[in-house]
Design a protein around this ligand. Structure first.
Ligand code: AMP
Length: 473
């Protein structure tokens, strides 16, 4: 059976030792809402039982105060998941919880396990029954089957069989374990906070913006190949897998993470401003204003403006309240989807030569609509600048990218893309500058597969992965 679900673009949180664990997990997820808007879930434990609530929708809609009141205990894990058209099953929402020979467990993760389909086939041959189409469930089966007696030992057994990307949070009746795959594709930060009586509570989250909201202190990342276990005896860091070549997702710094987060030990905003500065050096343009595509292009546009001396202007305004449901007039309005989200400030754009900065062009269709919008608002010239190299390969490690066939840069050169998006000029940041912007020019600790096609792990079942990707579109 082909797994037709990828756990793209998710956010995870974990809390251990706080009397209001569910509320902290809720706030953490609230801060991570940008990492996934399809479904949200929290499981808590009170020392003997695990309680769960998950549903489709945004964090604030899923967790009313009465829903939170039904989640007692001082341990919690939470998950927020990205939406993909046609794949909105509550069955696939996380965390997953089960009762098995290792006790009651709940687990959630961010990333794609690239050998999940093979593992699942093997498990099914051995009699395992699956409820959903998700690779998280595979992890639970592997934990249950392990002959190790401790939970940490069983999880280690399970994790050593996985390939690909995972940042994982696991809860039992009385302990929490968080872990990151040996390449460290997806982020996972660890922190602590003081609670009454000078006691400490431990927290983990995909991004540190979750810590800021709950008042926790960021201590360190969970290292690639590391497991952090917290139980009644305290906190313990364990390396469960040997050190591998790091392959931290550079796209977290380019687009995905919030600019106020520290990701892979580095401030995202700093990376983004660097991207913009280097873009201005590599692709200058004779223009009057620098305009970001909000929100994804804002920090890079600030860097571009600072480096070039060309004034930064908010020439496009984003409606932040665009939901999943809206009523489109039956008399079709041209480019309705983009107009719903963005509107030009005509007074700023009229008769101007505009440098339009965005983080990436994927299919090119949105970018073309935005260029048209800026031109229709009266801009004389539109120079598009992209703060990363052309996206030429799909991601199999947890970022939602379409198949190679749909990626415009996989099939067209820069001049052809320029013509497609109808820009007067188009400049992409070079791979060397991208490395420099994220401080990776000497260390080589990031994954650039979406820009190079060089995947840092063997993708043995690449055809299956490709066809799963195709199927979900
Ligand atoms: P398009 O011109 O249709 O390729 O769309 C480009 C827009 O998609 C840019 O504004 C990007 O910020 C945004 N984008 C890039 N990657 C992703 C992603 N993985 N998920 C959601 N949006 C993305």
């Amino acid at each position: 059976m082909v797994l037709d679900k990828f756990h793209d673009e998710c956010g995870v949180v974990a809390v251990f030792g706080h009397p209001e664990a569910a509320k902290l997990a809720y706030l953490g997820l609230y801060a991570l809402q940008h990492r996934g808007q399809e479904s949200a879930g929290i499981c808590t434990s009170d020392g003997s039982l695990i309680y769960c609530r998950k549903a489709m929708g945004h964090v604030a809609d899923v967790f009313t105060s009465s829903a939170l009141a039904d989640l007692p205990g001082s341990q919690a894990i939470g998950h927020t998941r990205y939406s993909t058209a046609g794949d909105t099953l509550i069955l696939n929402a996380q965390p997953f919880s089960v009762a098995c020979n290792k006790g009651r467990l709940a687990v959630a993760h961010n990333g794609n396990i690239t050998n999940a389909a093979e593992l699942r086939r093997e498990l099914e041959r051995g009699g395992s029954i699956f409820q959903a189409n998700s690779d998280t469930e595979v992890i639970l089966h592997l934990v249950a089957r392990s002959s190790e007696r401790t939970l940490a030992g069983a999880l280690r057994d399970a994790l050593l069989q996985l390939e690909g990307a995972f940042s994982l949070v696991l809860l039992s009746e009385d302990r929490l374990i968080v872990a990151r795959d040996p390449h460290g594709f997806r982020p996972l930060a660890f922190g602590e906070m003081e609670i009454s009586g000078g006691r400490k509570c431990y927290v983990a989250a995909s991004e540190t913006c979750a810590f800021d909201l709950i008042g926790a202190t960021y201590l360190h990342d969970v290292d690639p190949g590391e497991m952090v276990e917290v139980g009644p005896e305290g906190m313990n860091r364990v390396r469960y897998a040997p050190e591998q070549q790091r392959a931290q997702c550079v796209f977290e710094h380019v687009y995905f993470s919030r600019p106020d987060s520290i990701v892979f030990g580095r401030a995202v905003n700093e990376s983004r401003e660097n991207l913009g500065r280097l873009l201005a050096i590599e692709h200058p343009a004779d223009a009057d204003i620098v305009v970001p595509v909000p929100d994804s292009g804002v920090a890079a546009a600030i860097g571009y403006s600072a480096e070039s001396g060309i004034p930064f202007r908010h020439g496009l305004i984003r409606n932040h309240y665009v939901g999943r449901t809206f009523i489109e007039p039956s008399q079709a309005i041209r480019d309705f989807g983009v107009k719903l989200k963005l509107n030009p400030v005509r007074q700023l754009l009229k008769d101007k030569r505009v440098i339009l900065v965005d983080d990436s062009i994927v299919r090119g269709t949105t970018s073309r609509k935005i260029v048209r919008m800026v031109r229709q608002a009266g801009a004389r010239e539109v120079h598009v600048r992209i703060s990363c190299p052309p996206t030429v390969s799909p991601c199999f490690y947890g970022v939602d990218t379409p198949t190679r066939g749909e990626l415009i840069a996989a099939n067209h050169n820069v001049e052809e893309i320029r013509r497609f998006v109808e820009a007067d000029s188009l400049g992409y940041l070079s791979a060397a500058s991208l490395r420099k912007a994220v401080g990776d020019d000497e260390r080589h600790e990031y994954c650039y597969a979406c820009y190079t096609g060089d995947y840092p792990t063997d993708l043995v079942n690449i055809e299956e992965l490709m066809s799963a990707r195709q199927k979900r579109r």
